[in-house]
Design a protein around this ligand. Structure first.
Ligand code: 4GX
Length: 227
């Protein structure tokens, strides 16, 4: 899997993507991540990437030329899917992550300000993706979210691959509560069933716990699973 990220803040990425599992995935050559500075594709001496919106209104809009040239250059002759991170994009779900993980090459375009000129979207973007219904200052954090959740699905990245069954269980239900040593932390005890060695009882308890949590915090997920 190869990711190419187009951004006006290239330095934001290294501290996040060069740690933890994404770092190991790169070391193991399972994923490649290239970060490109949009300003390197401008043609004026001020390296300008934005302008005032036609029709008036607040804020600035990212201009067409640097964006389309950057995407074209980064693409080269490869078969690539070009994604724009945008609050009005298609909501990111685990199902969507799984589909994207099947792509070999992804270009992630990070917008700023009020957004980007619509001609970039119609010319050069295959799909817009939103990571949730809230407004960020730019597409960089959403791009990191995408790299992170796609990378963990690349074969050979996760140490112990979870079965598809477990994955679907995990999505449909919030997880059960986890405990590790000590069994008694300053008087706060681990539920007895987990120390019982009765695997059938443990499984049943975890299922109940997960279901109760889902009912309380994510009733929408229970509805979705019935559909
Ligand atoms: N999930 N933002 C992008 C600028 C922008 C606006 C429109 C392109 C089109 C967001 C989200 C998000 C804020 C990133 C606005 N770029 N992106 N930015 N939520 O809120 O993905």
């Amino acid at each position: 899997m190869r990711f190419d990220i187009i951004t006006i803040f290239p330095k934001m990425f290294a501290p996040v993507l060069n740690e933890s599992m994404v770092k190991r995935a790169q070391e193991k050559k399972k994923v490649k991540i290239y970060v490109h500075d949009l300003r390197d594709h401008t043609k004026d001496k001020h390296r300008k990437v934005d302008d005032r919106p036609f029709g008036g209104g607040p804020g600035m809009v990212m201009t067409v030329q640097p964006m389309v040239d950057a995407i074209k250059k980064v693409k080269g002759r490869r078969k690539v899917r070009v994604l724009l991170l945008s609050p009005t994009g298609k909501p990111l779900t685990q199902q969507k992550v799984k589909k994207l993980a099947k792509c070999k090459n992804l270009i992630l375009v990070c917008g700023h300000y009020e957004g980007i000129d619509e001609r970039v979207v119609s010319e050069s973007i295959d799909e817009s993706i939103s990571i949730g219904d809230y407004v960020l200052t730019g597409g960089e954090i959403p791009a990191m979210v995408l790299v992170d959740c796609i990378t963990r699905l690349v074969p050979g990245v996760l140490g112990t691959a979870k079965s598809l069954d477990e994955e679907s269980f995990e999505q449909g239900m919030s997880e059960y509560p986890h405990y590790t040593r000590p069994a008694d932390f300053r008087g706060k005890k681990v539920p007895n069933v987990l120390l019982s060695g009765n695997h059938f009882a443990i499984k049943k308890w975890r299922k109940e716990q997960a279901l109760n949590r889902t009912k309380k915090y994510r009733p929408d997920l229970l509805k979705k699973n019935k559909e």
